[in-house]
Write a protein that binds this ligand. Structure first.
Ligand code: FRU
Length: 495
């Protein structure tokens, strides 16, 4: 072999060595985004631009735990298949790049565009050092591939140690940008406005309301359609606090957010243990905002037993709201494009009445399942997945309490002291025509449950034994009926 050929052969081999092992590890999600290696947390800078969905995220480029925060980067044309790109923004001079957002500047109001018609992408992020958090700009003139810092940084500095996570968007009615930014310790979200992204004017504060148990972080303010009335819209304000996320629904007039839900009622986009820092693509080709959250929990995030990566992104969800009594409820449906990942369906032709236990004829740890549960009026019934020996994960409905719940207490948990504190989670849910409709996604170590067409969602991590792939229906002695049962093994997005 001549030298050139040898070199090519070696390069091909090196490449296949470097690619091959990733995404085949134990617990590795197959249809949720995770970084090839190392730590990730919050999604950042979600933006659709020139036919691509950009996903930036909090990332430690050097290790599999939190630190040296930088912005990792991936792109997708459909929000299903992702391509990981080089790190976009790195920690510099010991100032970390904390969470933030990205906008485009088609009218070149920032002056970052150099040539006529050049559209810059502008990142608005929190610069963090041990004493101070400030809001800063970086920009890209090549569709997000390379980034430069604005020389006039910071653009917003209150001389505060905790002041972070700017969520910026273009507000067409007032023709300016709006920033929602967290005052974590005050448990408030502040709103600012700007015509240039470089100077900001204070508009108003919102909070503290509802869940004030932890610091407020990672706001997302987004206008979403009302179910059944796509031309009418409401504003949703999402806020994360420690280990959970809450939302408010109402109006935003370009200056102030007006909550139209009962002021102190806690409304959650996700009742699971592992859903945090969700933010949205506010402008999408189908005009329906789509949000992504981080699947992890600060209570034990650094301890989860996954290597060489930690952290993943939840499935992208289409957002809308609907009125239930005097409350606006967030409705979240996984994007339709995910259906492309379904392998041949396995369907149960008949309804299945269950008194105690019914073992299903299919198994797996990477699947989607959909069914209706007709619970008897006083029963506790549902489904067990990741079944093996006396280990299993439960998704159940308590008809007396009218509660849907998830429970991972019968799965391995020895890796962390904190993890068991979040084992069971429940939320109020009423039947519709005596049925609970469930869509369940199980992806190796992530379970997402969507109930009654997205009215209630649970996202939770679970770390089963590899051989625990059984699936069962159960009831507590009262007969509950399982109808329209569909099961799809899911294809990997990494092959
Ligand atoms: C939320 C958060 C943000 C911060 C980032 C740092 O998970 O604490 O408030 O910007 O993580 O990684």
């Amino acid at each position: 072999m001549n030298r050139v050929l040898l070199l090519i052969a070696l390069l091909i081999q090196a490449r296949s060595y470097s690619q091959q092992p990733y995404y085949q590890e134990r617990f590795r999600p197959q249809f949720h985004y995770s970084s090839q290696k190392n730590w990730i947390n919050d999604p950042n800078g979600l933006i659709y631009h020139n036919g691509e969905y950009h996903l930036f995220y909090q990332h430690n480029p050097f290790a599999n735990f939190w630190g040296h925060m930088s912005w990792g980067h991936a792109v997708s044309s459909d929000l299903v298949y992702w391509k990981q790109l080089p790190v976009a923004l790195r920690e510099e001079n010991e100032v970390m790049v904390f969470s933030g957002s990205v906008v485009t500047d088609p009218k070149n109001k920032t002056g970052f565009g150099q040539k006529k018609g050049e559209v810059s992408m502008v990142a608005i992020y929190t610069g963090h050092d041990s004493l101070l958090q400030t809001q800063n700009l970086a920009y890209s003139l090549d569709n997000g591939k390379s980034w430069g810092r604005y020389s006039g940084n910071p653009v917003l500095d209150l001389q505060m140690k905790d002041f972070r996570d700017p969520n910026v968007f273009w507000h067409e009615p007032t023709k300016r940008w709006i920033m929602a930014v967290a005052m974590p310790n005050e448990k408030m979200i502040s709103f600012y406005s700007s015509f240039s992204l470089k100077q900001w004017t204070f508009e108003s504060d919102f909070g503290p309301y509802a869940d004030t148990s932890g610091v407020w972080e990672c706001p997302d303010l987004v206008e979403v359609p009302i179910v059944g009335e796509p031309n009418k819209k409401k504003w949703v304000l999402m806020v994360s606090q420690n280990a959970t996320t809450q939302y408010f629904v109402g109006e935003f007039d370009g200056s102030k957010f007006y909550n139209e839900n009962p002021q102190n009622k806690i409304m959650r986009p996700d009742y699971g243990a592992d859903y945090y820092a969700a933010v949205s693509y506010k402008t999408t080709p189908d005009k329906q905002p789509t949000s992504i959250g981080w699947v992890n929990n600060w209570g034990y995030a650094n301890e989860v037993p996954t290597n060489p990566w930690k952290g993943a992104m939840a499935l992208p969800r289409k957002l809308s709201v609907k009125k239930a009594g005097n409350e606006w409820v967030l409705v979240q449906e996984p994007i339709k494009a995910l259906r492309r990942l379904r392998s041949t369906a396995q369907v149960l032709k008949n309804s299945v009445p269950v008194k105690y236990k019914h073992v299903l004829p299919f198994k797996g740890n990477c699947f989607e399942m959909e069914f209706d549960l007709r619970p008897s009026t006083t029963s506790v019934s549902g489904m067990k997945i990741a079944v093996g020996g006396n280990r299993y994960f439960t998704i159940g409905y308590d008809a007396t309490l009218e509660q849907l719940y998830i429970d991972r207490s019968n799965t391995p948990s020895g890796f962390s002291k904190q993890y068991p504190f979040y084992h069971t989670k429940n939320a109020y849910l009423k039947t519709v025509n005596d049925l609970i409709h469930l869509r369940v996604f199980f992806d190796k170590s992530i379970v997402e449950v969507y109930a009654n067409n997205g009215e209630l969602v649970f996202t939770t991590q679970v770390f089963p034994e590899e051989k625990d792939t059984g699936i069962e229906f159960f009831s507590d002695g009262n007969i509950s009926v399982f109808e329209n049962v569909w099961f799809w093994p899911m294809k990997s997005i990494w092959k």
